[in-house]
Unconditional design. Structure first.
Length: 145
């Protein structure tokens, strides 16, 4: 059995560590999907990307975007947000540091940030949590091997 997730369930899923998939539109209209780290904050999902990446070039031309976050284990859950992205310059390393620490811990995040120094020109992709589709497996099945 499956069902839509409640807002509390969506918040719980977003607070977990998952690799998200962001999808933008290529010039010919075909989808371009990329796995990314994300940072949820209130009604916003933040993603960081190199300024010259295809996803950023696509968003400059056409801001329509979707991002999907899914659980890796049963009971499976996912949320997809669709809308228009806003692109922002990185004015400080606060968000990149917090995102690296979210995924890698304090020590690993610091090592990661040191390894990518000097930092390539990057862009913050801002997505508002509005139009969404969700799904949760309400009756997961256990299979024995």
């Amino acid at each position: 059995m499956s069902d839509r997730m409640t807002s509390d369930e969506v918040d719980a899923l977003l607070s977990e560590l998952h690799v998200a998939v962001i999808t933008t539109l290529n010039r010919d209209g075909s989808p371009q999907s990329t796995p990314v780290w994300y940072m949820p904050e209130k009604d916003t999902i933040w993603v960081i990307a190199d300024q010259d990446s295809l996803k950023v070039r696509n968003l400059k031309r056409d801001p329509r975007v979707s991002i999907m976050i899914a659980s890796d284990d049963s009971p499976y859950r996912y949320v997809v947000f669709r809308g228009e992205a806003k692109l922002r310059d990185i004015e400080s390393l606060d968000l990149p540091i917090r995102m690296a620490e979210r995924y890698l811990g304090k020590v690993g995040g610091a090592r990661y940030m040191a390894d990518v120094d000097p930092h390539p020109p990057s862009t913050i992709i801002e997505l508002t949590r509005n139009r969404s589709a969700t799904w949760a497996d309400r009756k997961p099945y256990a299979f024995e091997d």
